[in-house]
Ligand binder design. Structure first.
Ligand code: AMP
Ligand code: ZN
Length: 137
């Protein structure tokens, strides 16, 4: 299934050309056009899902296997020093393209001036802890 006006559906299914690093029956992995660092890649399922919540379990599981495979080739080939795997859901979380995707962002020593995947740590309150534990009980 694909969404008619979704650019990542078109890229994933080959209707719009892309720099493709890897492709299989279910996924295409492309180079991000606005890379955070050298090697920044995006894992796109060929089937449309707006976000993680909509992604079928089977594809969610396979996406991580693809991430491992591609991250390993990038790591060995680029000799990068680290790798962030980022996946944004919803505008407040930074999602700008509403077709599920995972970012693979190779990290290099000293790159934190222009690559930031970070937050200011808060403090876990007792009230929040109890509320959150309650969600799963
Ligand atoms: P997000 O903010 O998580 O939704 O990420 C969207 C990513 O897609 C950004 O890093 C963009 O640079 C990238 N992007 C948007 N359009 C294209 C495109 N046509 N080809 C490759 N990357 C794209
Ligand atoms: Zn789509």
């Amino acid at each position: 299934m694909r969404a008619d006006d979704c650019i990542f559906c078109k890229i994933a299914n080959g209707e719009i050309p892309s720099a493709t690093l890897y492709e299989d029956e279910d996924f295409r992995v492309i180079l991000d056009l606005g890379p955070a660092s050298k090697g920044h890649a995006l894992i796109l399922p060929k089937e449309h899902a707006a976000n993680l919540y909509e992604l079928p379990d089977e594809l969610a599981a396979r996406a991580m296997v693809v991430a491992k495979k591609v991250a390993s080739v990038l790591k060995d080939g680029l000799k990068c020093d680290g790798m962030n795997i980022v996946q944004n859901n919803g505008e407040p979380a930074g999602q700008t393209v509403f077709h599920f995707h995972m970012h693979l962002i190779p990290r290099y020593k000293g790159d934190s001036e222009h690559v930031r995947v970070t937050w200011d740590p808060g403090k876990l309150t007792e009230e929040d802890k109890q509320e959150l534990l309650g969600l799963f009980s």
